[in-house]
Design a protein around this ligand. Structure first.
Ligand code: FPP
Length: 265
């Protein structure tokens, strides 16, 4: 341990011990019987993480995949039922071509490296968003993952790609209208029927939404599904998000009183 400019500088070993202690502390505080069923994450800040280190932006995305890998493992170990990751929005196409191309290369790399581990851990891969708008290679990489994990019964790992929530809602409305005109829907359309027409049909709504990098927006993500979710924002950039941050978010979530519009929870 060293003092420099009024702050304590820790070496790698000391930092690891502190982190281990913090993790143990959080695990003691968390009620494992009240873990959120569904966690959704807006993974933000990859670019800033890289730029602040004098690195090209793609390094932030590359490191972001490492965080995806760790977060999947951590959520699976905590028995989360659904983890939804916002990997590429319908608005992200407006980024420079090289960045879009780089982002589109990530699913293939991720599944090449991790598919076996996902299969072994009983994780089910799922894709939400307009898959037809994705390049063939990306569709194949993710859909091969979906197919290979179809029989699994554990955590659902939802990749939101070419996803926009307003478009999802309009798609549901159009499909409902088409089904109603073919007399496939009886009676009035209620919330359950509507939810069944979304990409997330059959999944519980997110209990907890996490957004990294200090931005406090929903950014066209799961607008219907987030109606009663608890929101947790952190200044940490996605590449730096780790198990301690995840546990802190869950711990905070467990302190909230979820009333769903009622007086008592
Ligand atoms: C936002 O950061 C992040 C994205 C647009 C991409 C997120 C994608 C990943 C983390 C990898 C996904 C992994 C797989 C396996 C598909 P930003 O670039 O907007 O950061 P900035 O706001 O700091 O510029």
């Amino acid at each position: 341990m060293k003092w420099e400019g009024g702050t304590v500088l820790l070496n790698g070993g000391e930092k690891a011990v502190l982190e281990e202690n913090r993790e143990d502390e959080l695990l003691r505080l968390i009620d494992l019987k009240k873990i959120p069923r569904h966690i959704a994450i807006i993974m933000d800040g990859n670019g800033r993480w890289a730029v602040e280190r004098g690195l090209p932006r793609r390094e932030g995305h590359r490191q972001g995949v490492e965080t995806v890998r760790e977060t999947v493992r951590n959520c699976n170990n905590l028995d989360i039922e659904v983890l939804t990751l916002f990997a590429f929005s319908t608005e992200n196409w407006q980024r420079p071509k090289w960045e879009v191309n780089y982002l589109m290369s990530l699913p293939e790399k991720y599944f090449n490296q991790d598919l076996l581990e996902l299969i072994e851990n009983n994780i089910q891969v799922s894709l939400i968003g307009d898959r037809n708008g994705l390049p063939r290679r990306v569709q194949k990489a993710v859909l091969d993952g979906v197919e290979a994990t179809r029989e699994n019964t554990g955590m659902i790992l939802n990749f939101a790609m070419n996803y926009g929530s307003r478009a999802e809602i309009l798609r549901a409305v159009n499909n409902i209208t088409a089904d109603a005109s073919r007399n496939k829907i009886k009676g009035k359309i209620d919330e359950n029927t509507f939810s069944g027409y979304l990409y997330t049909a059959g999944m519980p709504d997110p209990d907890l939404l996490i957004r990294t990098s200090g931005e406090m927006r929903i950014s066209n993500f799961l607008l219907w599904q987030l109606a009663y979710s608890e929101l947790w924002f952190t200044d940490i950039y996605w590449p730096d998000f780790n198990k301690i941050h995840l546990l802190e978010a869950i711990c905070d979530y467990q302190k909230r009183k979820r009333r769903f519009g009622k007086i008592k929870s």
